[in-house]
Design a binder for this molecule. Structure first.
Ligand SMILES: [Zn+2]
Length: 171
């Protein structure tokens, strides 16, 4: 497909260069990102080289390059204990085990994040808009949020297991 055909296709879908910015605030397919939370004062900012030292290759691919792990690959899919799911990059607590549920997708899924834990933005990697979310402290990519989750939020936070570290509650 030539570049011109491609641009025409994008325009047909309302995703041309101009539309992309406008669609960010009111997408149909993806839940709207909530109003921007105030920037954290404890932000972790490291260079790519520093992240490569701190993370293994799979973690780096997801957290810093927005990769997606293969479905059913994470041991955290089967994790049922009470505890907290932390960012594998900076250890910020992101989800409580009480918000985890079995979505059947092959990725650890949650219906509600911990307060102030996540930042969001709309991404167009698959052309149709999706809401990307990341750790609010280090910016590490975690997953995407969809509006087919269970009550009460109706949201599904589809998370890469490799981007999380599970800390069981002390018995
Ligand atoms: Zn983090």
């Amino acid at each position: 497909m030539t570049r011109r055909h491609w641009m025409n296709l994008l325009r047909t879908w309302g995703l041309g260069a101009g539309a992309a910015t406008a669609a960010g605030s009111a997408s149909v397919a993806a839940p709207a990102a909530p109003a921007a939370a105030p920037a954290r004062s404890d932000r972790v900012q490291l260079s790519a080289a520093e992240w490569r030292q701190r993370l293994n290759a799979a973690q780096f691919d997801v957290l810093r390059e927005e990769g997606t792990e293969p479905p059913h690959s994470s041991p955290l899919n089967a994790e049922k204990r009470a505890g907290t799911y932390q960012c594998a990059g900076c250890a910020l607590p992101l989800f409580s085990s009480s918000a985890k549920y079995e979505s059947g997708t092959g990725w650890p899924s949650f219906h509600t994040p911990l307060p102030q834990a996540l930042g969001m933005r709309t991404d167009y990697k698959l052309l149709l808009p999706r809401t990307e979310y990341h750790c609010a402290r280090c910016g590490g990519h975690q997953g995407h949020v969809f509006s087919d989750g269970p009550r009460p939020s109706g949201l599904r936070y589809c998370n890469n297991g490799v981007a999380l570290r599970f800390v069981p509650e002390a018995a």
